[in-house]
Design a protein around this ligand. Structure first.
Ligand SMILES: Nc1nc2c(ncn2[C@@H]2O[C@H](COP(=O)(O)OP(=O)(O)OP(=O)(O)O)[C@@H](O)[C@H]2O)c(=O)[nH]1
Ligand SMILES: [Mg+2]
Ligand SMILES: [Zn+2]
Length: 296
């Protein structure tokens, strides 16, 4: 028996694919991990045992996580790429802004990627500029023509990233364009494939695929509505462009809504802060307020 440290690159039907060196081991987890509610996730750094020369092993322990996404369940995420398209589908900036706020609250850096630039180059550039101006790393690309993919790959570098965004924006196509090769699948998986295929019906499979810069990328299915879990008074701090100007507000507690002498509102009026971002802020704030009111 040999002990090693590896990273979980895929979870399928109760099996863990653990990458160590240039090999992937098919592992089960110790029962006590599950009983302790500490089942490994994709992205987890784990200690596992394997027999020399074997491709299978057993996960003994999971290292503490830096962070954890719920949907998809991925640990130790360095950045989430929020993918939009200028059309087909029409961009839902309200949901994008809500997701960006959520990520900021979780302390997970965001990158904005406007895909399908081939369908509307001007529109794609404008959306990318909108988010760059707000303070996010943002670019436009086309997974269809390849335009901008090198810049995206360079931006992601050695990070572990997850793609998120509306259904149909091109997350899966970007993933296959950026991933270098397939997930190295242990030979043993062939023998287990029938079982794993069955598991696929019920288990949402997450795989971290290798990126050219040494990082890893996970695709996710388009998300539906999700609830923000923060105090309404915290929301304004999730907007990088508000933070940049908030020092100019009369009140240090300014939420940039009804307060007098608000620098943020002034910058919105001047067009320095995108009115669409500000209006989505008001809308999300109102939703949080309503939820809070229902609680009491
Ligand atoms: N014209 C054009 N079409 C694209 C581009 N990227 C993806 N598509 C197409 O858009 C459709 C949806 O792409 P997917 O990659 O499946 O989208 P997705 O974001 O993974 O969607 P979900 O898995 O449903 O969340 C497919 O028909 C793709 O071929 C692009 O850059 N340009
Ligand atoms: Mg997809
Ligand atoms: Zn203000």
């Amino acid at each position: 028996m040999k002990e090693a440290t590896g990273i979980v690159v895929s979870v399928v039907a109760g099996y863990y694919f653990v990458e160590h060196g240039d090999k992937v081991y098919l592992c089960r987890g110790r029962g006590r991990l599950r009983r302790a509610g500490a089942s490994p996730l994709a992205g987890d750094i784990v200690r596992f045992n394997f027999d020399k020369g074997a491709e299978t092993g057993v996960i003994e322990a999971v290292e503490p996580r830096r962070n954890q996404l719920q949907r998809p369940a991925v640990a130790n995420v360095d950045a989430v790429v929020v993918v939009l398209a200028p059309r087909s589908p029409q961009p839902d900036l309200y949901t994008a802004d809500k997701l960006l706020a959520h990520l900021s609250f979780q302390g997970i850096p965001a990158v904005v990627c406007v895909n399908k630039s081939d369908l509307d180059p001007g529109g794609a550039a404008r959306y990318a500029e909108l988010y760059r101006k707000a303070g996010y790393p943002a670019l436009s690309c086309s997974a269809e023509t390849g335009q901008g993919l090198e810049q995206l790959s360079a931006l992601l570098g050695a990070r572990t990233v997850v793609l998120a965004g509306q259904s149909g924006v091109g997350k899966s196509k970007i993933t296959s364009a950026l991933a270098v090769g397939e997930l190295a699948v242990p030979l043993q998986v062939g023998q287990l494939s029938a079982k794993i295929e069955r598991g696929r019906q019920t288990t949402r499979q997450v795989s971290l695929l290798p990126l050219a810069g040494g990082g890893k990328i996970a695709d996710t299915p388009g998300f539906s509505v999700f609830e923000l879990d923060m105090d309404s008074r915290e929301l304004h701090r999730m907007y990088p462009e508000f933070l940049r100007h908030a020092a100019g507000c009369k009140f240090s507690s300014c939420l940039h809504i009804h307060e007098p002498d608000c620098a943020v509102k002034e910058y919105v009026r001047l067009g320095e802060i995108a009115p669409g971002r500000y209006n989505n802020y008001l809308r999300i704030y109102q939703e949080l307020r309503e939820r809070e009111a229902q609680r009491y």
